[in-house]
Design a binder for this molecule. Sequence first.
Ligand code: EPU
Length: 412
Amino acid sequence: MSGAKNAAVAIIPAALLVDGVCRIENIPKINDVTLMLEIVQEMGGQVRLLDDTTLEIDARHAQNARVPYDLVRRIRASCYYIGSLLSRFGAAQVPPPGGCDFGVRPIDQHIKGFEALGASVEVRGGFVYARSPGRLTGSVVYLDVVSVGATVNIMLAAALAEGQTVIENAAKEPHIVDLANFLNAMGANIKGAGTDVIKIRGVPRLAGGSYTIIPDQIEAGTYMTAVASAGGEALIRNVIPKHLDGISAKLMEMGVEVEEYDDAVLVRRRGRLRRANVKTQPYPGFPTDMQPQIAACLVRAEGTSVITEGVWDNRYRYVDELARMGAQIQVDGKVAVVEGVPHLTGAPVRACDLRAGAALVVAALAAQGVTVIDGVHHIERGYEAMVRKLQGLGAEIRCRELPDADAMSFAQ
Ligand code: EPU
């Protein structure tokens, strides 16, 4: 498995806080990472690719510039530049972020955090303007909802602030811990990441250093569902099995065998899948970013399954596409009822977002006949070499048209 997307897209803007060179290893080669690096370069930061998975960022001479709308609208994590620019320069001008469309994706909790640290924030003319008269000052922020993005942004803003910031009701995802570990490796003082109270004692300077990004929990989970869907067996290497507990437990309930090793999981599916109910929740609950992929397995399970989406208002846009392949799913608000069918049939379908695209691949692997998936650029945002990895497992899959061949090479 590759490095974690959602850790990488938080760590890249964090490199803007560092008064030195950051060497980042296990960086995934995906389009979201390319975009985040382009934004650093727009600011005057230097990005040097050392090998396939290692790069150096030197943002010592970066300038505070407007983050271009064209880059930002394509990726949600671009909003992390608000926290990092505010922290570094005392001001940020960033358009509201883009990313997958799951209904409303507010940033009120991010803004509340910046304001608690002494910044003034205004949204006008298509930009978020954040400004602080001097250095930000530590404060207590109680998040009204558990938000990955707000937790990241407040950590970024607080890392160089005066005094201590406490984030209560913080997100606990592995990528939150990874960002804290990265910042600490650069000289920050952050404690409690991975629990719901994170304490950040601001430091005057971060000095640079080396850091290795954790493996991607959701990429690993996606290949686990690929095995569950298609049957057979795969050893999924370079994972942290603990991060996969919620996914493994659910797959085992569905009759899939999962064996854990130190840094690998062996996944095997022989008989027919069993039904299961799934409720998505913040970590350590079952991840919302695995909801479409597990649904793509449950459509062929024996019996009726109920999926409840506990994070996003509208994350079932892929259902109509699975229905083209013969799946029977009824959606009512945040609940989807899945009637398992014995088989799916290949069809032309369209990926409407990243994990929806992954779910269509998972379903297609088990469908009878050929499935043609359009909108592959969504998948390229977050999965490194998915086609090659699946071919390695014996899948008959190929990319007919690469949406943006250049986008896979890091911009120099
Ligand atoms: N929310 C608010 N106000 C805010 C922020 C969030 O009400 O200020 C709500 C959201 O509307 C949502 C919930 O809080 O209902 C959780 O949102 P969160 O902020 O945690 O999501 P995010 O930071 O925008 C990240 C991941 C998503 C993943 C979610 C939940 C990144 C770049 N994105 O988004 O990942 O679904 O956390 O775990 O880390 C993906 O990788 O496919 C993906 C979409």
